[in-house]
Design a protein around this ligand. Structure first.
Ligand SMILES: [Zn+2]
Length: 296
């Protein structure tokens, strides 16, 4: 265990979570600030880190998006076209670097949470793991040997196409780009748009939950067949319902229909599709993992 300290920032659309430490067993300080304007929120973030800056080696940032993570792009480190007031075209990485003057490495929030789970959490013993969040939006990060998989662009796992039975669910979908993609059918806002109430207030025995679990299972089967993760970790509000994990696991097995002859998928699916091991700290600790393992 290193004695060096690092800073972690999980920049979300409603709050910024900040942490100082070098792992889940050594957290020196922690705070959260509401996401208001870039000047105000990032000012509070920098004030929080100030007393520790003589010890901090570098800072990791996981940001809400759309966030440009391509180092060769002229808008690298910018939040780009967000509809969130005040935050469009914001050079968040530059603003932080100007004040904090240490190496700062950044990636998308969901990717960073996946890094945290892969280093210290539910997928720490797996070289290939998938982290998925299902809440206000849906996103995923695929972590291979401690690094996020990226090709032409980052992965956009929330926007894949999944089967949509319009007799079972006549809702047209809420994604402004695709209508009934996975996020358009299954993220929090689509539940509210379809049923007129938020998922949190929907009774556990409401028939929609079975439809929702079906969408999640369809997406997971596509990821299993194309990426073969060794572990699937799912965070976000929708999976907080106790019955969702067992229901999703059962439906995944039904859809796979014993096609893949693998002991974990056939008999140990309870250990395969799991909640985060770091609880609400996956993103913050993942930001520390990002900078610790960046080589900066
Ligand atoms: Zn979409």
């Amino acid at each position: 265990m290193t004695d060096k300290l690092y800073g972690g920032i999980e920049g979300g659309g409603t709050k910024f979570n900040c942490i100082v430490g070098n792992g889940p067993d050594n957290i020196v300080a922690e705070a959260r600030f509401p996401t208001t304007t870039p000047a105000e929120t990032l000012g509070q973030v920098c004030d929080f880190f100030a007393p520790y800056m003589s010890q901090i080696q570098g800072i990791g940032l996981g940001s809400f998006g759309p966030f440009d993570v391509d180092p060769s792009s002229p808008t690298y480190g910018y939040i780009t076209t967000t509809p969130k007031p005040h935050w469009g075209n914001t050079h968040i990485l530059g603003m932080l670097h100007e004040k904090l003057r240490v190496p700062i490495v950044a990636d998308m929030d969901v990717v960073v949470a996946g890094l945290g789970e892969a280093k210290w959490g539910a997928s720490k013993n797996n070289s290939h793991s998938l982290y998925l969040t299902i809440g206000t939006g849906i996103g995923g990060g695929y972590i291979v040997d401690g690094r996020p998989l990226r090709g032409l662009t980052s992965l956009e796992m929330g926007h894949i196409r999944i089967p949509h039975d319009r007799e079972l669910d006549s809702f047209q979908g809420a994604c402004p780009y695709h209508g009934d993609c996975f996020e358009g059918l299954a993220a929090g806002p689509s539940v509210e748009a379809r049923l007129g109430q938020r998922g949190e207030t929907l009774p556990d025995d409401h028939p929609f939950w079975d439809v929702e679990a079906g969408y999640i299972s369809s997406a997971l089967v596509n990821y299993i067949l194309s990426l073969a993760p060794q572990k699937i970790v799912i965070g976000g509000g929708v999976m907080q319902k106790d019955f969702m994990f067992p229901t999703v696991r059962k439906k995944v097995q039904e859809l796979l229909n014993n096609y893949i002859n693998n002991e974990i998928l056939l008999n140990k699916i309870d250990e395969y599709i799991v909640p985060p091991g770091l609880g609400g700290r996956s993103g913050m600790l993942g930001a520390i993992a990002l900078i610790m393992d960046s080589g900066e």
